[in-house]
Each structure stands twice: as structure tokens, then as C-alpha cells.
Design a protein around this ligand. Structure first.
Ligand code: SAM
Length: 422
């Protein structure tokens, strides 16, 4: 199973709904460029108990809806047109797609970008073997997803079409001129306005457009944003959204920034967080599905987990990044955190790069091998074998073994590495 180095853990899970505060207009941002653009400024929406919730008294909520509301495959839209659609497109004279359909709030050009991809459409990949997971309640984390059999590292556990895919700047998408309101209102008031506009749009989408079965599954998901001014639908999106790597309105910015999209899924959104996770995920734009893979061997009965936060940071910084989800992480890496483990976390990518460079430069001696194996051991103990950088270390060790004539080990580390490459 191939797993990707480019899939930065920073995109694994971020609060989906961040308000777009770039000075460029949404119209400008929609220009479709594949080359990386500047990092856009985003403001984080509030979380936790927030006083003075609600929009300012003199603000009238517009409750605008997308200009196009159709299930079809149309792609000739105005650049900035907000569209509500179904993907794969749906023709009601035809039977539904066997892999299901997602509700998609999208800018017209971005819809065209996906439907015109050379590889689109593709069927949703199917895991092999008997079903590998079940959703059930946990004593301390609400619902969770558990392995129902032994799962091998690299195995596809689940692939599903989202219930809903929405842009991060959904609150301003229908009427970008509202961005000007930042000059009239305080930052906190503007955030409340953004959230209210978003909720109104979501009410329309979820209650009038989404298939009843999907609506039921969506409304049953957890909401960790009950007191900050998020409406109930936006709260569900903020709690359960997965960032979609590689799908941008306009220029590509950092994957975790504002002009991208998030997906809410029925099963995957029940997976809880750990700083030493055992699964990873990847969004496939051609099949329009989110796939989950085992990061390591997972024994039957074990809870599946992935990291909602960037793994290469200290325990305190991880807790701060997790705060919007309304829990304190009690995984062994957090409970047993020390200055040394924090240092390993923050330095691990650099240390792996240094190891790769020294092997590439030609270092080929037993001392280098021993130091790389020691680094590997430390990373595994800290749960950082789930980090995106870890397979690079396996590759470097394999290359070093090759140089040292250790052919059996060379193949072994290469094989291990392939389990991590999406
Ligand atoms: C995406 S949902 C995960 C599924 C959720 N447990 C449910 O019942 O649907 C995220 C929420 O799950 C809970 N959660 C996730 N990971 C947790 C953890 N490690 N410890 C405690 N609660 C956790 C938090 O309430 C968080 O807001």
C-alpha cells in the first residue's frame, strides 16, 4: 500500500471552519493556479465558553443560498459562483451511484476542476478481507471506532464518500462583499457574523438538500462547539471535518490554510484522537472518497486513532491545538511527556533529515547504522512511527544497509517503508 510523504500531519485534522481574512477579494482568490501562492491570513473562530455570542444588534443576517442548486454535472459557471451540488452528479432517471453521493458546497470553478480531472470518476476502493472495524461507544471519548480483527500495517481499513464537503470560508462564500464588514465590526463581532451566515447556509443545505439518510447520520455526529456561537450544524462541521489535501479555490496555499475544503464522513468522523495514532488517511479526488489505512499492525479490539494535531510539537502545544475539540489528550505520549520527549517531537523531522543527508553523502559505517537504529527506536517508543517523516528514516536505513552489504536488512527496511507510503 502506498502512503505519502507529502501528506503533512498538519492537515490531518484542523478545525475546518476558519474565516478568510485575506485582503485579496474572494473573486481574486478564485483564479485557478496550481503553483503555490502566498499563505493567506486566517482568523481562528472562537471555541469554549464565549461571552457576547450572537451577531451585533444592527446586523441583519442575509441567509443567502448558493446561486445554483442542482445535482447535475454542469461545469460552465462564473468563476466565483457558489454552487450546491451532488458528487458524483446525479440523474434521477438513473439508479444512484453504488458508492453513494456526497453533498458538495463548492465554487463553480472548483467543481469543474474535479469533474474534469483525467482520472475522474473512479470507483471507491474496497478493503480486502472481512470487515475490519465497528463503531461503538467508549467510556470516556463518546463513540469510537475499533478493530474487529487483526489489521496489517498498510491495509486499507475503510474508504467512504463524504456526507458533506464544504469550503473553509463557507460563511462568506455566497456574498464575499461581507468581508468588508471587518472594517465596521470588531474581530469578535465579525467572527459571530461569519458563523451565523454559515449556519443559515448550512440549514438550507442540510435540511432541504441533503438525502434524509445522510442528514440523519450528519446530525448524529459529535459537536464540541456548543458555547462559542457556532450554530449546531457549523459545530458539527468544526468538530468532524477532515481537511482535503490538494483541493483549493484559487492558488494553492499551505494545506491547512483557508481556501481549501473539508469533508465530513459517516464512519471516519467517529475516529478519536491520539498523539501516537495507528491509522492515517488520504482523500482521493478521482473516487471522491476518504480512505483510512493502518499505520502499523493493529490487533483486534484496539481502538483506531489518528492525530488531530501536528505531531511534531511539544505536549503543551498539542494540547493547545486540541483545545477546540473540548478534551485533554490522555494518551501515553501526553501523560508521560518529558522535556526529552518534547525535544524529540519538535526535532524529529530535522533529525531524520540529517540522517538522510548523512546517508546520501556516503556515510557507510556501523556507527552511523547504530545511531539510525537508535533514532528509530526512540521514535517508535514515542509513537512517532506514525509521523509522516518516519518512512524517510526507514528508507535511509535501507540505503545504508545496502551500502554496508546487509542485503537482507536492506530489503526488510524497504518493505517496512512501503507500508507507510500512501
Ligand atoms: C471527530 S469526533 C470523534 C468521535 C466522537 N467521539 C463521537 O462520539 O462521535 C471528536 C470528538 O471526540 C472526542 N474525542 C476525540 N478524541 C478524544 C480523546 N483522545 N479523548 C477524549 N475525547 C476525545 C471529543 O469530544 C472530540 O470533540
Amino acid at each position: 500500500m502506498k502512503r505519502g510523504f507529502l501528506n503533512s500531519s498538519k492537515v490531518k485534522k484542523k478545525p475546518l471552519y476558519e474565516a478568510h481574512t485575506s485582503t485579496e477579494s474572494a473573486q481574486e482568490a478564485i483564479q485557478d493556479q496550481e503553483k503555490p501562492g502566498p499563505t493567506l491570513n486566517v482568523i481562528k473562530l472562537p471555541f469554549g465558553k464565549v461571552e457576547n455570542r450572537g451577531v451585533p444588534n444592527d446586523y441583519k443576517v442575509s441567509g443567502l443560498t448558493p446561486t445554483e442548486w442542482s445535482h447535475n454535472a454542469r461545469v460552465d459557471y462564473d468563476p466565483n459562483q457558489a454552487v450546491m451540488t451532488t458528487i458524483p452528479p446525479r440523474n434521477f432517471n438513473m439508479p444512484p451511484n453504488p458508492d453513494g453521493h456526497s453533498t458538495w458546497i463548492v465554487r463553480g470553478v472548483t467543481k469543474a476542476k474535479v469533474l474534469n480531472r483525467p482520472g475522474y470518476p473512479k470507483v471507491v476502493p474496497k478493503p480486502s478481507g472481512p470487515p475490519a472495524y465497528e463503531v461503538r461507544s467508549t467510556p470516556d471519548m463518546g463513540m469510537g471506532v475499533f478493530a474487529t480483527r487483526d489489521i496489517a500495517a498498510g491495509e486499507l481499513i475503510l474508504a467512504e464518500r463524504p456526507l458533506l464537503v464544504a469550503p473553509r470560508d463557507i460563511g462568506m462564500m455566497v456574498d464575499p462583499s461581507k468581508l468588508m464588514l471587518r472594517e465596521k465590526y470588531s474581530p469578535d463581532e465579525f467572527k459571530q457574523i461569519t458563523m451565523m451566515e454559515c449556519e443559515k447556509l448550512l440549514e438550507f443545505v442540510v435540511h432541504r438538500y441533503m438525502e434524509p439518510e445522510h442528514r440523519e447520520a450528519f446530525l448524529a455526529l459529535a459537536n464540541s462547539h456548543q458555547e462559542d456561537g457556532s450554530g449546531p450544524l457549523l459545530g458539527i462541521i468544526r468538530t468532524n471535518g477532515y481537511g482535503i489535501e490538494g483541493l483549493f479555490d484559487g492558488p494553492k496555499v499551505n494545506e491547512w490554510e483557508s481556501n481549501t475544503y473539508g469533508a465530513i464522513v459517516k464512519v471516519g468522523s467517529r475516529i478519536n484522537h491520539s498523539c501516537r495514532p495507528n491509522i492515517n488517511h488520504k482523500f482521493d479526488l478521482d473516487a471522491f472518497c476518504l480512505s483510512f489505512f493502518a499505520e502499523r499492525d493493529i490487533p483486534s479490539g484496539k481502538q483506531l486513532s489518528y492525530s488531530y494535531c501536528y505531531m511534531g510539537q511539544s505536549a503543551a502545544d498539542r494540547q493547545a491545538e486540541l483545545a477546540p475539540y473540548g478534551f485533554s489528550c490522555t494518551c501515553p505520549s501526553c501523560v508521560n511527556a518529558t522535556p526529552e520527549s518534547d525535544k524529540l517531537r519538535t526535532e524529529h523531522e530535522q533529525r531524520i533529515s540529517t540522517a538522510e543527508a548523512s546517508v546520501a553523502r556516503g556515510a557507510a559505517n556501523k556507527a552511523t547504522f547504530a545511531s539510525l537504529i537508535d533514532l528509530k527506536k526512540q521514535l517508535v517508543e514515542e509513537g512517532l512511527d506514525a509521523s509522516d517523516a518516519y518512512p524517510k528514516l526507514l528508507k535511509a536505513i535501507s540505503a545504508l544497509c545496502g551500502k554496508l552489504g546487509m542485503t537482507a536488512e536492506e530489503s526488510k527496511y524497504l518493505k517496512d517503508m512501503k507500508n507507510y507510503v500512501l
